[in-house]
Design a protein. Structure first.
Length: 162
């Protein structure tokens, strides 16, 4: 198989992009690679589920990225979490010696956000997936938000006790 790809790669095709395209075409024909449609993620700043997904993504990036992610995480919290909730979060962290947003000491590999909307406020279910092995262990959280998208609760139950 590698001989066929190499032969096409050495064909008279101008530019390296052309060589890569021909190699990919041969690899597809031989079943070495598969083609997937481009992936699209859509969001809206007025949508609570998008806001929560963006918040969790940014917090996870801050914790797992290079450098001092602690300052960035603190700024994200001040921006997105209501002051009363932030005080409770800090107290939870001191008691549990873990990140209150993630409810863990580690960083998840994936997260899923689901709309659990209620009549008086927005509520989102968060599923955090831990470990690289499939299926991985998961943690379920509930994030409650005001209608202006400020987080007013993070925990295993919503502010309404659900």
């Amino acid at each position: 198989m590698s001989g066929a790809v190499g032969a096409v790669g050495s064909a008279d095709v101008p530019g390296s992009a052309g060589v890569r395209a021909r190699c990919r075409a041969v690899a597809l024909a031989l079943g070495i690679v598969t083609v997937r449609a481009p992936r699209t993620v859509t969001g809206s700043q007025s949508d609570s589920v998008t806001r929560v997904a963006d918040f969790y993504g940014a917090c996870i990036d801050a914790r797992s990225g290079p450098g001092d992610g602690g300052r960035l995480a603190a700024e994200l919290r001040k921006y997105d979490i209501h002051a009363d909730c932030l005080k409770k979060l800090v107290a939870w962290e001191a008691k549990n010696h873990a990140d209150g947003v993630l409810r863990a000491q580690d960083v998840p590999v994936r997260w899923t956000v689901t709309d659990n909307g209620t009549a008086d406020h927005a509520e989102a279910g968060i599923t955090l997936t831990w470990g690289s092995r499939s299926p991985g262990s998961t943690t379920g959280l509930v994030v409650d938000l005001t209608r202006d998208h400020r987080i007013i609760g993070i925990g295993t139950k919503g502010v309404g006790g659900k």
